[in-house]
Design a protein around this ligand. Sequence first.
Ligand code: ZN
Length: 125
Amino acid sequence: MDFRSKKLLKWDSWLRAGRAKMKEETVVDGLVRRRCYEIQEPSGHWVVHLNEWEKSESVNVWGPDGLAVIPPAEPSWEAMRASLSLCTRCGKAASDLKRAGFAGRWCQECRASHLHEVEYPGWTE
Ligand SMILES: [Zn+2]
């Protein structure tokens, strides 16, 4: 199985060339191609999902703390580690990022003005 998207092909070959372990490969209704990778790095356990639909694609990355990171435009460990300090809502670099919702990594500013959008009464149910 190969991805058709050049971006996903690049991610797939970068992950396969490194320490990534393919966790899951599935083809399901509405989802043309999907691969899930787990990567054990000295910094901890990373998870990457590559998804390709008929007309769209997505790369989803979770850092060693289990929170989402903004996938870098070009896959590299330097860029992945740099993404750990980016707010997943506004994209700004910040040193005080905290969880928002299930896996958001938000800066103080975004938490102060938008946390109610993802953490409302009963949001975990
Ligand atoms: Zn922010």
